[in-house]
Design a binder for this molecule. Structure first.
Ligand SMILES: Nc1ncnc2c1ncn2[C@@H]1O[C@H](COP(=O)(O)OP(=O)(O)OP(=O)(O)O)[C@@H](O)[C@H]1O
Ligand SMILES: [Mg+2]
Length: 508
């Protein structure tokens, strides 16, 4: 099937048709089409593994299609290299942007197309000035001479955006650009998208978040299992229709919370404090309970969880597991105490690239599967199969290198890996970020099932429907402190938002 041009307003800047791309064991794209128009944002929507990032890599010369045609301004062309795509005016901010930690901000922005002076030498002064101007134009207060490794994820993202702008692009591709950003930065990114639109650039925007798709996109295209399913105008579609197209079925019950007996306390935290990140945190977590932690980005939720996992140390306070005081000096000690933490930044702290999926799952549980000193491969495999199936993993085989999975599927493997350690307490930080709407239900279902078996769960989430749909109880943090706690019918969106923002009148 091909994109329908009849509904198009104007001529597409970029037009793909009949694009096919196979990898050993998977056909990532099967005859897909895509059109991008000047001054318009097209959202590309599809489940984890649908082929979205693959089409981006084809558009940016990283992969060559097996079949199909690429047209720029009506003329057929090819992108044999990333440089060729850049010269044709196509630039991307990738899901996992390739930046270089050892280079400076300016060098990262201009790598491959630095301004050169006489004798062909790189004109560092000009490059830095130009970098400063580009960063200022997107409101990023960064020093062009700083090394990238000194920056946080959000700042690195801004560098990637500045790089995209440094090429005078006609087409700007953003692959899940807001996944790593805070609220404030997300708004800045939306403003940036508006600016790019006003400059007449065609934008391809990939996201799993429907609220932002409806907010910024003008058009949509849906892929499912490497196939083109449809395209149209945002003004003529609703969320239910898009979800149905992308999943191929109705997604009704998104929060399959089961009833679980809330048991005895397992974890008691009292007076936990940190010099800069959080203060006087105290709560109790019970067997079978899902305890939600809601708050704005920067409220200190992840920092508290990192302290409970032995990544950082509190300056004061005590943590008890089954009544016994624990001093958690390392993640190994936390794991021994039965506590595991699945971080938000799973790409960095989670997947071991180069290793097959099944080993990524079983890695931390090796003492469960190894007997008399050697690994029982069959057992390892069975465990990996069980956990990944329950999380709706889409992979050609469990022997596959995890690095070859789509972004969302890598995340499912990392979650499976920590669940497979059979912890007593699991802390999930933004468990469904980057995971498509269909698979979200699988993740929630599995969480709920494990809680029913007696696992104690802490879920840090910034998504109100997820927090309300999954939690037995919700703690709201604000500016490093516990602002409120809600149970039962006090758990409402208004109460959560008010407590998180510090607005008077929140019923506590
Ligand atoms: N280099 C590769 N080798 C083998 N398989 C690959 C490779 N790159 C992608 N794939 C496979 O192609 C399919 C499409 O992956 P892609 O990354 O395009 O998905 P996606 O739509 O971006 O998903 P997500 O929402 O999870 O980011 C997946 O099955 C993936 O495992
Ligand atoms: Mg992707």
């Amino acid at each position: 099937m091909q994109a329908d041009t009849s509904a198009a307003g104007g001529t597409p800047v970029l037009r793909l048709s009949g694009i096919t791309k196979s990898f050993p064991g998977v056909r990532a794209l099967n005859g897909v089409g895509l059109e991008l128009f000047p001054g318009q944002v097209t959202a590309l929507i599809g489940e984890n593994g649908a082929g979205k990032s693959t089409i981006v890599k084809i558009l940016t010369g990283i992969y060559q299609p097996d079949e199909g045609v690429i047209q720029v301004n009506g003329r057929e062309t090819r992108f044999p290299t990333a440089q060729a795509a850049g010269e044709a005016g196509v630039t991307a901010i990738h899901q996992e942007t390739v930046l270089f930690d050892e280079l400076t901000v300016a060098e990262n922005i201009f790598i491959g197309h630095a301004p050169r002076g006489r004798f062909g030498l790189i004109d560092t002064r000009r490059m830095e000035n130009e970098a400063r101007r580009l960063l200022a134009s997107i409101g990023a207060d960064l020093d062009p001479r700083q090394r990238l490794r000194e920056l946080g994820i959000a700042s690195k993202h801004l560098v990637a955006i500045a790089r995209a702008l440094s090429i005078d692009a006609q087409v700007v591709i953003m692959d899940e650009p807001t996944a790593a950003l805070s609220h404030k930065e997300i708004h800045e990114l939306y403003e940036l998208v508006e600016k790019l639109k006003a400059q007449g650039k065609a934008i391809l925007f990939i996201s799993h978040k429907f609220d932002e798709i409806f907010r910024i996109a003008d058009r949509w295209t849906v892929f499912r299992d490497g196939q083109y399913v449809g395209a149209g105008l945002m003004s003529e579609v609703d969320e239910a229709r898009l979800v149905q197209l992308m999943v191929g079925r109705e997604v009704d019950q998104i929060y399959p919370k089961r009833h679980a007996e809330i048991g005895a306390p397992v974890l008691t935290v009292a007076g936990y404090s940190h010099p800069t990140e959080f203060d006087d945190i105290g709560f109790t977590l019970h067997r079978g309970e899902i305890l939600g932690f809601y708050g704005l980005v920067g409220a200190g939720r992840s920092e508290v969880m990192q302290a409970l996992f032995g990544i950082t140390r509190p300056s004061k306070g005590a943590c008890r597991v089954d009544g016994q005081v624990m001093v958690l000096r390392s993640t190994a000690e936390a794991v021994n105490a039965g506590i595991v933490y699945v971080p938000e930044d799973r790409g960095r702290q989670g997947a071991v690239k180069g290793l097959p999926i099944f080993q990524n799952v079983t890695l931390p549980s090796l003492n469960r599967t190894s007997r008399s000193g050697f690994l029982r491969l069959a057992e390892e495999f069975a465990m990996a199969r069980d956990y990944t199936q329950r999380l709706d993993l889409r992979a050609a085989s469990l022997d596959q290198d995890i690095g070859l999975l789509s972004g969302g599927n890598q995340q499912k493997v990392v979650i499976a890996k920590w669940l497979a350690t059979k912890p007593r307490i699991i802390i999930l930080d933004e468990p469904t970020k980057g995971i498509d709407i269909g698979s979200k239900a699988a993740v929630h279902d599995f969480m709920s099932e494990l809680a029913a078996e007696g696992l104690a769960v802490i879920m840090v989430s910034s998504e109100i429907p997820e927090v309300l749909g999954m939690s037995d109880r919700v703690i709201v943090m604000r500016e490093g402190r516990i602002a409120a706690e809600f149970t039962g019918d006090q758990m409402t969106p208004e109460n959560l938002v008010r407590a998180a923002a510090g607005i008077e009148g929140a019923a506590a």
